[in-house]
Design a protein around this ligand. Structure first.
Ligand code: NAD
Length: 321
């Protein structure tokens, strides 16, 4: 059995690797070759933590396994990231445990890959202003991945605690783009692409604020009760997601679904756009939403590719089980 550490994952698995792993697995999900199993996600009643499992099987990529872990909001004070996860990969031919792969870096980079896949396929080609709502651990991964998809000229940011915006400003300075801290209404009025990556439980962006042609990647809502955007935006937007079943239960779409604004047939798996069975954006004025709920198959695709690269580069530890 192999062990691939967090540090090795960072060495062998790049943003480009994550983009192609996530794009391929979204395509396989839409064509029915890959399937996520029901998610287990529970409040522990201890350390305010949420703990769970995401699992699935990709017959095309031959990945079988699960990601175990969750969200420990008090970790930052202990010098740890709030998300903690580990991926278990099994041999799909025998069920034998193949590998344990550190899941923290992979979670961040595969989540950023999901929004960047959505930007690549759905945002206007001439998008020039990127708006970031949220400045936590995931935000810089999101920002770096998004910047590779369009020729952005300016970055806007909003965070509940404005001092947190420093990390977005630092990445902007590093890539040589201007960064401006703004109020949410201004961000919505000016941004062509918006990424929301917060733990909010109420709408941070109102429908009236969103200008025509905007692409919004909602990445923070991955649990029942969380919310980042006004459900009424779904009245005027074309909605896409990684997985429809998750979108209407734990994703951003849950609120519009509960309010009867949208049903299952009103939201499209992004894999259909990747596979060419849905045209994606229909016009320059269309508002598009990507509800990135985070699926286990993303983790398995990222962990499998990391394992292959680590073995090739002789960086995977091996033990007898
Ligand atoms: P973090 O704890 O480092 O940062 C949390 C962010 O949310 C900060 O910007 C904080 O200011 C903001 N926030 C918290 N409460 C808020 C509120 N009430 N109103 C507005 N903003 C608020 O977390 P992180 O690791 O950056 O993750 C951000 C979110 O993304 C989490 O909710 C996490 O569950 C989610 N997430 C989703 C996926 C996915 O695949 N969709 C993957 C990983 C993380």
């Amino acid at each position: 059995m192999y062990i691939v550490s967090e540090a090795v994952c960072e060495e062998v698995f790049s943003r480009a690797d994550a983009f192609s792993a996530v794009e391929s697995v979204f395509a396989a999900m839409a064509s029915g070759e890959a399937r996520n199993f029901p998610v287990i996600r529970e409040q522990l009643g201890y350390q305010d933590a949420i703990y769970g499992f995401k699992s699935g099987f990709d017959r095309a990529g031959l990945s079988l396994g699960l990601k175990s872990g969750g969200y420990w909001p008090n970790n930052a004070a202990k010098g740890l990231t709030n998300h903690q996860s580990t991926v278990f990969l099994f041999d799909p031919d025998t069920g034998k445990l193949d590998a344990l792969v550190g899941g923290n870096y992979l979670t961040a980079i595969r989540t950023a890959a999901a929004s960047s896949v959505s930007i690549a396929h759905l945002a206007r080609k001439d998008a020039s202003v990127l708006g970031m709502v949220g400045a936590g651990h995931q935000s810089t991964f999101q920002l770096r991945a998004a910047l590779e998809q369009r020729s952005f000229e300016k970055i806007l940011g909003w965070n509940l605690h404005p001092q947190g915006l420093d990390r977005l400003a630092a990445v902007s300075a590093e890539v040589g783009l201007p960064f401006e801290a703004v109020e949410r209404e201004q961000l919505a009025a000016d941004a062509d692409v918006i990424i929301t990556i917060t733990s909010a439980h109420e709408a941070l962006l109102l429908s009236d604020w969103i200008k025509p042609g905007t692409h919004i990647a909602c990445m923070g809502t991955d649990t029942a009760g969380k919310q980042e955007i006004d459900a009424r935006i779904f009245n005027r937007a074309t909605a896409f997601t990684d997985e429809i079943a998750q979108a209407i239960t734990i994703g951003e779409t849950q609120h519009a679904f509960a309010e009867g604004i949208i049903n299952e047939t009103g939201i499209t798996a992004i894999g259909d756009v990747i596979n060419g069975t849905h045209p994606g954006r229909g016009s320059a004025d269309e508002v598009t939403i990507f509800d990135g709920t985070g699926v286990g198959l993303q983790d398995l695709a990222a962990a499998s590719a990391s394992l292959r690269a680590a073995i090739e580069q002789d960086k995977a530890a091996s033990i007898e089980l």
